[in-house]
Write a protein that binds this ligand. Structure first.
Ligand SMILES: [Mg+2]
Length: 385
């Protein structure tokens, strides 16, 4: 196992380089959708905003009631692309860091928004880190380009909008009576994600199972330290109709995770271990699959590449989110027809969503027909920002 992984990592660069399919538009196509007569430039703006959560949100490492985000806008030729950076505090970005980063972004040097690769490479090169701030530019740019083509991104990529998966709805760690109440409130969902890793794992699952028989997934958020405990839990969880275990152990316990994956009856998915493209290569032979999140990977362009890379390596793919508005969720959901599991419930956890976009109908993600990332501002909230 270990040897295979090392060999693979050695050859990973070549494999990764040979299979990437970016969204680079041929010049004939790029020029069809822009008005060359008029010298339009991209006008970039951003605004900090604070999401209010409906309930206190608890995972293995912390609890909170708000999430700082930044809403971005790129205007060009009368069209507006919207983007978002969502920054849960434990990931290290904040209003302050995002404002500092986004103040350096000068999009007016580019004449053609269809130069996605060049523009996003430039944004990535401004500074290291800042993945959510970078994603906010990437998402707005994709929204704009889709609007200039008058097509939603699932069409541009060639995905069937009817093939979206069910989305999980997250049940946070709490006392059994609170868990039971939350599960009852989530009765419209066909699959639930249960947070584990705070020492009451079986109690959590038993509380959920007292109320529902729907399939479950579990997210341990690095909460288990012992590989044998993790393996015993994986066998027990399989009997409880759990579909996979997400990030069971700390990301630095690579060999323990690989040991677990080799023996586990359930797929072991990497989340905290997986941020950008090189992490997919490292995850091969360690995890069964990866959790792609726009706010970790700098946006749709890289997410699309990670999806293709993981699929080509025969790895499972899930697409996840932070607590975020319908902007980030609608963007991520454009990729969802291609994933094994979706965990796109972040907009359902907030009280002050400034957008309407992808919705959950009978537990399944429902993509809109709107171009770009498929959203419209909700005037009631938007006008107050
Ligand atoms: Mg997770």
């Amino acid at each position: 196992m270990k040897t295979n992984r090392r060999n693979f990592i050695k050859s990973g660069g070549i494999i990764a380089g040979s299979i990437f399919v970016g969204t680079t538009f041929p010049s004939s196509l790029r020029n069809n959708f822009i008005n060359k007569e008029k010298n339009f430039t991209m006008n970039f703006n951003f605004k900090p905003y604070t999401l209010k959560l409906k309930h206190v949100f608890t995972i293995a490492t912390n609890s909170r009631t708000t999430t700082p985000v930044v809403i971005t806008k790129i205007e060009y030729d009368g069209k507006v692309g919207y983007g978002e950076a969502s920054m849960p505090p434990y990931l290290g970005e904040s209003h302050k860091t995002a404002i500092k980063f986004l103040s350096k972004v000068k999009l007016n040097q580019f004449k053609n928004p269809f130069d996605l690769e060049d523009i996003i490479d430039y944004v990535d090169s401004i500074d290291k880190g800042n993945p959510a701030a970078k994603a906010s530019v990437d998402i707005a740019l994709h929204d704009l380009v889709g609007k200039l083509m008058n097509q939603p991104w699932y069409n541009i990529w060639g995905y069937d909008k009817n093939k979206t998966p069910y989305t999980t709805f997250t049940i946070g760690i709490d006392k059994p009576e609170v868990v039971k109440q939350k599960v009852k409130e989530a009765s419209g969902f066909k699959i639930l994600k249960v947070k584990l890793g705070r020492g009451n794992d079986k109690e959590m699952i038993e509380a959920v199972r007292a109320v529902t028989n729907v399939p479950l997934t579990v997210d341990v958020n690095q909460g288990w330290k012992d590989k044998q405990y993790a393996l015993d839990m994986a066998f027990w969880l399989k009997e409880q109709n759990v579909e996979f275990v997400e990030q069971p152990m700390p990301k630095d316990q690579v060999d323990d995770i690989a040991w677990l994956t080799e023996r586990s009856p359930l797929p072991i998915m990497g989340d905290e271990s997986i941020q950008r493209i090189p992490d997919v290569v490292k995850a091969h032979g360690v995890f069964s699959g990866i959790n792609i999140k726009l706010m970790k990977c700098t946006g749709l362009r890289e997410a699309h590449k990670m999806l293709n890379l993981a699929k080509s390596l025969n790895m499972k793919v899930m697409i996840g989110c932070m607590t975020e508005t319908s902007c980030g969720i609608s963007a991520a959901s454009q990729l969802s027809p291609m994933v094994d599991w979706a965990d796109l419930d972040g907009n359902l956890l907030i009280k002050n969503d400034p957008f309407k976009g992808t919705e959950v109908v009978d537990g399944k993600l429902k993509l809109t027909d709107y171009p770009g990332i498929g959203l419209v501002p909700d005037k009631n909230v938007w006008n107050k920002i």
